[in-house]
Design a protein around this ligand. Structure first.
Ligand code: SF4
Length: 332
């Protein structure tokens, strides 16, 4: 079940800045306070990222601030932010910065969130217009406290983007909506171009990595999307380096194909703080290539598999390829 946390345990951003790194981690994740520390492993040479700070990076940052928007790029401490924001590719995280779940891998703040910002759909639409995006990825925190899990807010954001920037293609990266009736249907009927929901890990690791979720329910979310709209592109991803076996990753690929998922992403798990679940190992670039080959053989239209792959990394370019691959499969 989802974990709803006491809001009194969360802190303001200014308090967080004053605190040291270790305290900051505990303040953002009060539920992890009693967990034993896991030392953070030194990253191998193949995990190198572009430093943030280019003029376009600053422009992207300003647009996010001016429109009062939260991004998963910042909240999750994504290593790709230097590269993505230098191309104006920011993934906006709607419905606040506080998540009602407490996944062991995730650096998003946990606690009881605030009320929804009714101006947010408009602000997201305006940001997409100002950034002049061909493709945008919209994600959210889990909002298990809301009756519809936040589905209607997703719908309003999609509509606001369509209005402000009609040529932009829209990818949603949603929570599982905690089996709330009608939630998946509502979002699909708003017609995003891509419906993404991450499985995150192999089933045997769910209890440790994603205790508030159920593997087959997440799979069912994506299967449902295809049942409602067979033409909608579906996408899902996992992290590796959490102790999973190779045969388990191959089984996830089979499960995803059985649910008719078009696009699979596989990336290396990176431990955000000492209180988060430890990395079991760094998967080598060759192993990622091998996963990519296997996934292609299993029939995905598109596969992104590399140490720094994240579900929204290069999402615009990948969407173009996804469309081309479907047309070529149909012989067009
Ligand atoms: S990979 Fe996704 S979350 Fe990370 S910086 Fe790029 S857009 Fe943001």
């Amino acid at each position: 079940m989802a974990t709803l946390l006491d809001n009194t345990a969360t802190i303001s951003p200014s308090e967080a800045i004053k605190a040291g790194a270790a305290d900051r981690a505990l303040m953002r994740h009060p539920e992890k306070a009693k967990k034993a520390d896991s030392p953070i492993l030194r990253k191998p040479d193949w995990i190198r990222v572009k430093a943030p700070g280019s003029p376009v990076f600053k422009e992207t940052s300003k647009i996010m601030r001016d429109n009062n928007l939260v991004t998963v790029c910042e909240e999750a401490g994504c290593p790709n932010i230097g590269e993505c924001w230098s191309k104006k590719h920011a993934t906006m995280m709607i419905m606040g910065d506080t998540c009602t779940r407490a996944c062991a891998f995730c650096n998003i703040k946990t606690g009881m969130p605030n009320l929804l910002d009714v101006k947010e759909p408009y602000n997201v639409g305006q940001s997409v217009k100002q950034l002049d995006l061909n493709h945008v990825v919209i994600t959210s925190v889990d909002r298990d406290d809301l009756e519809d899990g936040g589905a209607q807010h997703f719908v309003e954001v999609i509509q606001a983007i369509r209005e402000a920037s009609p040529r932009t293609t829209i990818e949603v990266l949603t929570p599982d909506f905690l089996r709330k009736e009608g939630a998946v249907e509502a979002v699909v009927l708003a017609k995003p171009d891509v419906f993404n929901h991450n499985l995150e890990t192999v089933p045997s690791k769910y209890l440790k990595v994603r205790p508030g979720a159920r593997y087959f329910h997440s799979l069912r979310v994506l299967q449902q999307v295809k049942e409602i709209d067979p033409k909608m592109f579906t996408k899902s991803g996992i992290m590796v380096g959490l102790g999973e076996e190779r045969h388990e990753v191959l089984q996830v690929m089979d499960d995803m194909r059985a649910a008719d998922i078009d696009f699979m992403t596989i990336g290396q798990y990176l431990q955000p703080t000492r209180k988060h679940i430890a990395i079991s190992r760094f998967v080598t670039p060759d192993e990622f290539k091998s996963f990519e080959r296997m996934a292609k053989v299993k029939g995905f239209l598109m596969v992104a598999s590399s140490p720094l792959t994240r579900s929204s990394f290069h999402a615009g370019e990948d969407f173009d390829e996804l469309r081309k691959n479907r047309l070529s499969k149909m012989g067009m």
